[in-house]
Design a protein around this ligand. Structure first.
Ligand SMILES: Nc1ncnc2c1ncn2[C@@H]1O[C@H](COP(=O)(O)OP(=O)(O)OP(=O)(O)O)[C@@H](O)[C@H]1O
Ligand SMILES: [Mg+2]
Length: 319
């Protein structure tokens, strides 16, 4: 059983519900509610576990919501290595407007982490006895954590000799790439924050990913493009995964499902292209999961053979 360890510095309990129509002033009486453990790394661990990995999630937790988070994570079959904190773990809210079928996602900043608290998260990763097959860190940074938090994670992964995947955005992503990571999974907006210039067709997108690889920041870029599918770029090759024509029930969690499946596949020693296929199948499967729920393993396996991965021919540099 492959071992996947994830780190989530800013986890949350994700509440999802629906309402006939989102409007100001009027009381919006919601119907139904579900609570899922969330935050990027926890979601990746949930997906890896569903696909058959031993998944261990490292995260800070505090207060009543922190306790609830821990029991929700446990309920998913994911092992927790919790760093207790003084602050209260956050809750996020996703509301489906039943008239427009649009989802509104309210995301709170999260509790302030004290220096000893974020350092303790890194220490757990650095000192865990078990050697993971893959480390994945994902999500925003909470107030108090230094901008280079993920660069420190990359350093630990490097020292431990374990491949490291990162999914975050903005300054946290930029700062992380000071140290080389194995894989990043930006979406288009996140890539735009890293690389200047027009990014429209495959050629310029691949060029932008290559620039990051050439600078030694990452070895692999899995660029997800929502309804346009995804691109996989390494130094000397690139592939495209065509999206499946699915009418989404919810697109929330598609990115985390994509990465969770890819990480599971890489930890299972599957080839990179095959891992990419798993990612695309999981992204598609996530569209069938309501609210903040993630892809189901049965749907991932069902979609897998339907995913077309096409190698992109590029003019060779020497030619
Ligand atoms: N509307 C859609 N139609 C078809 N496939 C989709 C759609 N939305 C997402 N996907 C699939 O899921 C993958 C990941 O989605 P996306 O690029 O939206 O990730 P993201 O922006 O990181 O999402 P998140 O909001 O979860 O962070 C895509 O590469 C694609 O395979
Ligand atoms: Mg994302």
């Amino acid at each position: 059983m492959p071992i996947v360890v994830t780190l989530t510095p800013n986890p949350a309990v994700d509440i999802s519900t629906s309402v006939d129509r989102v409007e100001p002033v009027r009381k919006l009486r919601c119907s139904g509610e579900s609570r899922d453990p969330g935050g990027g790394g926890i979601n990746v661990a949930r997906v890896a576990s569903r696909l058959g990995a031993r998944a261990i999630a490292i995260y800070p937790a505090g207060g009543f919501t922190g306790q609830r988070l821990e029991s929700l994570v446990q309920g998913e079959g994911v092992e927790s290595l919790v760093v207790p904190i003084q602050g209260e773990t956050r809750e996020d809210l996703t509301v489906l407007d039943e008239t427009t079928h649009e989802e509104y996602r309210f995301v709170l900043p999260g509790p302030h982490l004290r220096d000893v608290e974020w350092m303790a998260c890194l220490k757990v990763l650095a000192e865990m006895e078990l050697k993971p097959d893959f480390i994945c860190a994902s999500g925003s940074l909470p107030p108090g954590a230094p901008e280079d938090f993920y660069a420190r994670v990359a350093e630990i992964a490097e020292i431990r000799g374990v491949r490291f995947a990162l999914d975050t955005s903005g300054p946290a992503l930029k700062a992380a790439l000071r140290d080389r990571v194995h894989l990043i999974k930006p979406n288009l907006a996140e890539l735009r924050e890293l690389v200047a210039g027009a990014l429209d067709e495959d050629r310029s997108l691949i060029g932008a990913c290559r620039a990051l690889i050439a600078q030694g920041r990452t070895e692999v870029v899995a660029l997800t493009l929502g309804a346009q599918g995804a691109l996989l770029v390494v130094a000397d090759a690139a592939w495209r995964a065509r999206p499946l024509p699915i009418r989404p029930l919810s697109t929330v969690g598609a990115g985390d499902s994509f990465l969770g499946a890819m990480v599971w596949a890489l930890a299972s020693k599957l080839r990179l292209e095959e891992a990419f296929r798993y990612g695309a199948a999981a992204g598609a499967a996530a569209l069938l999961a309501p609210g903040t729920d993630l892809c189901g393993a049965a749907n991932v396996r069902r979609f897998l053979p339907q995913i077309e991965i096409e190698r992109i021919d590029e003019p060779s540099v020497a030619a």
